[in-house]
Structures are given as structure tokens and as C-alpha cells.
Design a binder for this molecule. Structure first.
Ligand code: ADP
Length: 164
């Protein structure tokens, strides 16, 4: 049984995250989307909401589940008997931080491998931060996030537009 952990803030989940989830689900028997507490990052959505938005997106992936964690990532991965940590790479700008994180995680636990995956090109410019900014300013986030995430953003900001 090959298990991969896909960790992140998911504040909120975007179609870029879903693209990576879909790719990871094809490679591993089990994928756990692990939502990090990350209070230090002052998330827009609570941990409970971020987890619920991920959970609502996983219907079409029977081997993918969602969970939250607030420990060291490598400890969480080991507790789940995970062999790999999945991270998405969008551009060179992601690389330096991700490289540092991967090597530190390897130092902390050499038996968990980090695997980088690239989304399709149309999602390389997409981030949770940019989606929140568009929604906050009343822009249309269709095509960037699933409909239930768009609805959650509308509830947060009151006026995020959609096509429907
Ligand atoms: P974190 O706070 O851990 O960076 P994020 O939720 O922002 O959490 O991202 C989780 C992971 O998903 C990271 O590896 C990030 O690079 C990746 N990711 C985020 N957006 C995209 C995207 N549009 N395409 C591919 N990977 C992405």
C-alpha cells in the first residue's frame, strides 16, 4: 500500500490543488490531503472550513481522503505510514522554498521522499492568495476554484461574482 501525503494550507482549495490531487491519486494507492493548522499564516478560513472545502471536492477520487494536522509534517507522514510527501511546483519562484523544505524534511526523516508535481500550464499562475484577492475585490473566480469554494468566498466577502 503506497500512501502519499499532500500537505498545505488550502486557504482555500483551488483548481490548481485539485490538479495535483488528481495526478497523485493516479500514482498512489492512497492520498491524504493534509490541511495544516498554520495559524501563524492568519488564514482566511478556519481549519474546520478549509478541511470541509477539501472534503467536498474529493467525491470523484475514491482513494483520496482529507485530514488535518498540527504536528511536524514528517511525524504526521510517519504516523499515517506514508512513503511520500507531494508538493506542487508552479514556477521557479516556488523552487527555493520548496527545495529547502524538502531537504529539511529529509534531514528530519530520511525515509519519507518529497515528490514535486507540476499542474497543467493554465494553473501555474494560480494561488490561494491570488484567488482571495480577486474575490475580496469582487472579481469572478469561476474556473479558478470549484463552485462550493466560490460560494464560500462569496459568503466571506459578500460580493464575489460568479457566472450563475
Ligand atoms: P502552503 O501554505 O503549504 O504553501 P498551499 O495550500 O498554498 O500551502 O499549497 C499547498 C501545495 O500546493 C504547495 O506545494 C503549493 O506549491 C501547491 N500549489 C498551490 N497552488 C498550486 C497550483 N496552482 N498548482 C500547483 N500546485 C499548487
Amino acid at each position: 500500500m503506497r500512501t502519499a501525503i499532500y500537505p498545505g494550507s488550502f486557504d482555500p482549495l483551488t483548481n490548481g490543488h485539485l490538479d495535483i490531487i488528481q495526478r497523485a491519486a493516479k500514482l498512489f494507492d492512497r492520498v491524504i490531503v493534509a490541511v495544516a493548522q498554520n495559524e501563524g499564516k492568519k488564514p482566511l478560513f478556519s481549519l474546520k472550513d478549509r478541511l470541509s472545502l477539501v472534503q467536498q471536492s474529493l467525491g470523484e477520487f475514491p482513494n483520496v481522503q482529507a485530514d488535518s494536522f498540527d504536528t511536524l509534517l514528517v511525524d504526521y507522514a510517519a504516523a499515517q505510514e506514508g512513503q511520500a510527501i507531494i508538493r506542487g511546483l508552479r514556477a521557479v519562484s516556488d523552487f527555493e522554498f520548496e527545495f529547502q523544505l524538502a531537504l529539511m524534511n529529509r534531514k528530519l526523516n530520511g525515509s519519507v521522499e518529497t515528490i514535486f508535481m507540476m499542474p497543467r500550464e493554465t494553473y501555474t499562475f494560480l494561488s490561494s492568495r491570488i484567488v482571495k484577492e480577486i474575490a475580496r475585490l469582487g472579481g469572478n473566480v469561476d474556473g479558478f476554484v470549484p463552485p462550493h469554494v466560490r460560494a464560500a468566498l462569496s459568503r466571506k466577502f459578500g460580493r464575489a461574482k460568479g457566472k450563475s
